[in-house]
Design a protein around this ligand. Sequence first.
Ligand SMILES: Cc1ncc(COP(=O)(O)O)c(C=O)c1O
Ligand SMILES: [Zn+2]
Length: 407
Amino acid sequence: MSFYSCIAGMRCAKCQKEEPVQYGQTTCECGGPLMVQYDLERAKSQVTVSDLIHRTQTIWRYHELLPILQVDHVVSLHEPMTPLIAVPEYGRKIGLPSLLVKDEGVLPSGTFKARGAAVGMSKVKEMGLKHVAIATNGNAGAAWALYGARAGVAVTVATPTNAPITARKECVISGADLFTLDGTIGDAGVLMERMSQQNDWYHVSTLHEPYRLEGKKTMGYEIAEQFGWSVPDVLAFPTGGGIGIIAIYKALAEMREMGWIGDKLPRIALIQSSGCAPLVRAFEKGVKSSAGWEDADTIAFGMRVPNPSGDFLILDIVEQSGGIAIAVDDSDIMETRRQVAELEGLHVCPEGAAALEGVRQLRESGWIRAEERVLVMNTGSGLKYIDQIEGAGQLVEPSTMKLSVGR
Ligand SMILES: Cc1ncc(COP(=O)(O)O)c(C=O)c1O
Ligand SMILES: [Zn+2]
């Protein structure tokens, strides 16, 4: 018998306790995040890497390794496999001519958050839940608001008041209830938890429920497939809550167990902004707890997470992979964003620019060698942060226009 999903249970990433899949599951009783487990033997017998060639080029091609039980519960706005884009001019400039960027800006609402929202919202629909709440720095809220509208599920979003305006407007246009508060994403999380408990909503903030991460995991499957069932030597990810990295590594571990890829895993380059770098500081100190960051401030808003709750998982992965964590300055982020747009025609988001700048510095320091295969995740479109670009063209006087017409 063939199953749409090979989901088999849950395991707590903190205390390792296993439990069955249950309705409306959030976290383990110890407070740790639950990770979805699959029957990988069954998945392996149901789909091979060569079968995948014939499937639609969307995240749903990996449905056996996703938690949705039935295809008609899928909530989709078309989530394409995102392209690997060569950036040879910029690459040559920084000493990595074959540098590649995976461009998540082509996903619905323009960021990789669509992956988590598509799978998370599909599971919400499958469980018959009617209302979700999410704390966000903007992009995840926008994605959940849009997918909520698609699914007919109500969405309440809380975000810091200075979160990017585009993402907030996306919440408004899709009919979500949007609260803004003078505080951090952590404060927004406290508000969403309280309101969820009072109103019996499903709280889907970072690591509060197990399914968002599964959607983001498709980044890892795509990377391996696009690299011919192998992996890059170095993978640079702009990191805030760290779910991107945890999810990619979960995918790689599953694929390794199924024999889809070999034992080699990429070294993770975890990039943060020097205005909010709790994970970098912990990495430098050699500890696994990030201990918070005072007065967090960066233009790369998706990375403004002063207290990432999955710190112990992220820092473990960076260490196990032989990786590194570094922080880059906002001024360098903006300069890189401009250079990549000018040299390559690729308008990356500030988070993606941070990852590119991190790779430049790591090449300069020799941590990345010239011959290595390096992949940078551009987690969103530069259009989501268009207000950060100064200048809007030169005014032409009507008299000059007449002259240029040449009469
Ligand atoms: C564009 C963008 N890049 C990167 C991140 C950070 O991702 P993660 O929280 O998975 O580390 C975010 C999170 O909001 C984001 O919106
Ligand atoms: Zn636990």
